[in-house]
Design a protein around this ligand. Structure first.
Ligand SMILES: NC(=O)c1ccc[n+]([C@@H]2O[C@H](COP(=O)([O-])OP(=O)(O)OC[C@H]3O[C@@H](n4cnc5c(N)ncnc54)[C@H](O)[C@@H]3O)[C@@H](O)[C@H]2O)c1
Length: 419
């Protein structure tokens, strides 16, 4: 069986999520770990003919000077996974080192700037120059590795919430704004534009703006490509989207829902800046009122507690009213490694997106809603309904493929990549 040659390009390529996803890919490729926690390995998706691990090449943009192995060992120190696993994958990880390029710091704010290494800080560029440079990096990656398609995944630090200027509706308008000296759009928008402009797929796993502007959906339509976001749903918010439908369907009245999150990784350090935190809080808070159909009092807090490292604890307190108007309480505590919760979802998103490319999907990939806290273009926040959307899409794609392709022929006809 033949598959396309796939490039996976991480923005924030040596952060906790990207490093864990890259290590996980290397370990899965070598058969060193079971596929636990991968949605794409569920039997429901077996007929989708998803791309195997050995057709992947990984690269990305980063603003810190470091290596994948050093970052993986740092995570291993924090008990995220074993050092033995890192050593077993060391060769694979080192072979990727030539595929990383300096990211852009355009409008990322002072807290993210402080993370950057000197060579990255020395790059002086306006939005148009950053856009051109990023696009060239992606194009070079595709050409060097003779890739058929690239899936770009944003797993960079959360940017501060920008003061939204006039939101451009079309790609031409946004492109014009890139040429202005004081262009307000941050790096995540520039990365998304560069990827989509080349006809590549784009996924935004962060609460930063990414491809959420209408003008970038317009660009995706123009280039016949696809995108989705935003903000991966990995822990506390995942539980909210599972539990809130239960309260709704039993007609229990939620009066208040309080969630406290504490953790100490680099993401937590960036989110400790109130400007950066605001983007995350908005994304975490909105789904309860959508699911319940009314707005109980809610509070979400995120605090940086350095000693916890990558191990996040979320404590939620749900105050609700039952029969005869009697108040009751549900509380839960969720503890997990942030990177280990996120990484398998990133691998799943890449596989489903690559399959959507083969199926010719254009525009937003609403069927991926179950992976996101704020799924673009989707009002449904009930996790199980969202999962049904994914399953239905998979059935349609598999049926179409079965009706079109003779059983003994290859599922993929290689395309020319743009140059
Ligand atoms: N469970 C989870 O971990 C989870 C869930 C949902 C969303 N997210 C989001 O995913 C993102 C990554 O999380 P993480 O824990 O890996 O964070 P991290 O801080 O470990 O990694 C972020 C990486 O991005 C790099 N970076 C920052 N700005 C950049 C830029 N402009 N260009 C290129 N690289 C840049 C940083 O140097 C760092 O290596 C965050 O935005 C986070 O909010 C994570």
């Amino acid at each position: 069986m033949s598959y396309p040659r796939l490039g996976v390009w991480f923005i924030g390529a040596k952060g906790g999520v990207a490093t864990t996803a890259t290590l996980g890919w290397a370990a899965l490729k070598q058969g060193l770990v079971p596929p636990t926690a991968l949605v794409s390995q569920l039997p429901q998706f077996a007929s989708l003919d998803l791309i195997p691990w050995d057709y992947w090449t990984i690269g990305g943009h980063e603003i810190r000077q470091t290596t994948l192995v050093a970052e993986a060992l740092r995570l291993a120190e924090n008990r995220t996974f074993s050092k033995e696993l890192v050593h077993a994958c060391q060769e694979e990880l080192e072979a990727l080192e030539g595929n990383y390029r300096w990211g852009t710091l355009y409008q990322v704010g002072p807290t993210i700037q402080r993370l950057a290494s000197q060579p990255c800080l020395q790059i002086r560029e306006n939005a148009a120059e950053a856009f051109g440079r990023i696009r060239e990096d992606l194009r070079e990656f595709a050409q060097t590795h003779r890739l058929d398609h690239v899936v770009v995944v944003n797993v960079a630090s959360t940017e501060p919430k920008p003061q939204l200027p006039t939101v451009p509706e079309t790609w031409e308008q946004l492109h014009q704004q890139f040429q202005q000296p004081q262009c307000p759009w941050p790096a995540s928008v520039i990365y998304a534009a560069a990827a989509l402009e080349l006809g590549y797929s784009y996924i935004n796993f962060t609460p930063s703006l990414g491809s959420s502007l209408p003008s970038l959906d317009h660009l995706a339509q123009l280039r016949r490509t696809r995108h989705m976001g935003y903000d991966g749903k990995t822990g506390e918010t995942l539980l909210k989207s599972v539990l809130a439908p239960m309260f709704a369907k039993r007609n229990l009245e939620v009066m208040s829902w309080v969630g406290h999150n504490i953790f100490g990784n680099m993401d937590g350090r960036v989110l400790d800046d109130p400007q950066n935190k605001q983007a995350k809080l908005t994304s975490k808070d909105r789904l309860i009122r959508h699911i319940l159909g009314y707005a109980p009092q809610t509070l979400v807090s995120i605090e940086y507690i350095e000693s916890l490292g990558d191990w996040k604890t979320a404590w939620d307190h749900i105050h609700f009213r039952g029969f005869l108007g009697v108040p009751m309480v549900m509380q839960f505590i969720w503890q997990g490694s942030d990177s280990l919760l996120a990484a398998p979802l990133v691998l799943d998103l890449v596989r489903f997106t690559e399959r959507a490319n083969r199926a010719g999907h254009v525009g937003r990939m609403e069927f991926l809603a179950s992976f996101f806290k704020s799924p673009l273009g989707v009002e449904e926040h009930d996790f199980f309904e969202q999962f049904r959307m994914l399953h239905r899409w998979a059935q349609q794609v598999a049926q179409t493929a079965a009706s079109q392709v003779p059983a003994d022929s290859a599922p993929f006809a290689p395309q020319q990549h743009r140059s």
